[in-house]
Design a protein around this ligand. Structure first.
Ligand code: COA
Length: 163
């Protein structure tokens, strides 16, 4: 079935964190140093973090649903009148490559205030799938940044798209 997309509610949080446990681990475990995925999940994918997002008027949290439940999510923040940041965009493995990522970005756009000119995001530079996807969606390179996890450099690519 074609997934439906709607605003998340508190009752979705358990399913969103479960989606993160699966997709974040599948996406990053082979690309990052030991401990990276656990730290990411413990910081950005907790029930408390999503409850805070839902409580914040400048933040947007969407879920996609199919017959199996939550199969995708997107989280964005309205940074100012002209720009927003897409913090998370995750699609369950069985729905990837079927247009849901593109639809979630369109749905996030519809949540932003009409004066928004720029949508920014970042991805792990080694995440080739994300790089191809964001390029296909019209995002352009802004800069790279490196975070050191112990002795291991982890590189991020920052991109933006004119809306
Ligand atoms: C990256 C991700 C969000 C993309 O969502 P998706 O549903 O798989 O992608 P879509 O099917 O919506 O792709 C939309 C378009 O981008 C294109 N595209 C997708 N991946 C691509 C790639 N690797 N290279 C080139 N084009 C790509 C598709 O061809 C499609 O084009 P179309 O609209 O003309 O048909 C999803 O694959 C995912 O969740 N991956 C794992 C987690 C992740 O990496 N998230 C991003 C974190 S920053």
């Amino acid at each position: 079935m074609t997934p439906s997309i709607r605003r998340a509610s508190p009752g979705d949080i358990t399913a969103i964190t479960a989606l993160g446990d699966r997709v974040v681990t599948d996406t990053y475990a082979a690309l990052t140093p030991p401990g990276y995925v656990d730290a990411l999940l413990a910081t950005y994918w907790t029930a408390a973090a999503f409850a805070a997002t839902l409580a914040s008027p400048g933040d947007h949290l969407l879920v996609a649903l199919d017959g199996d439940g939550v199969c995708g999510m997107a989280e964005a923040h309205q940074a100012d009148a002209e720009s927003a940041t897409l913090w998370k965009l995750y699609v369950a493995a069985h729905q990837q490559g079927r247009g849901l990522g593109r639809r979630l970005i369109d749905a996030i756009r519809a949540e932003l205030i009409p004066t928004t000119l720029w949508l920014r995001t970042e991805y792990l530079s080694a995440n080739a799938r994300a790089a191809g996807f964001y390029t296909a969606q019209g995002f352009k390179f802004e800069r790279n940044e490196v975070e050191w996890i112990g002795q291991t450099p982890v590189k991020y690519t920052y991109v933006r798209r004119r809306l």
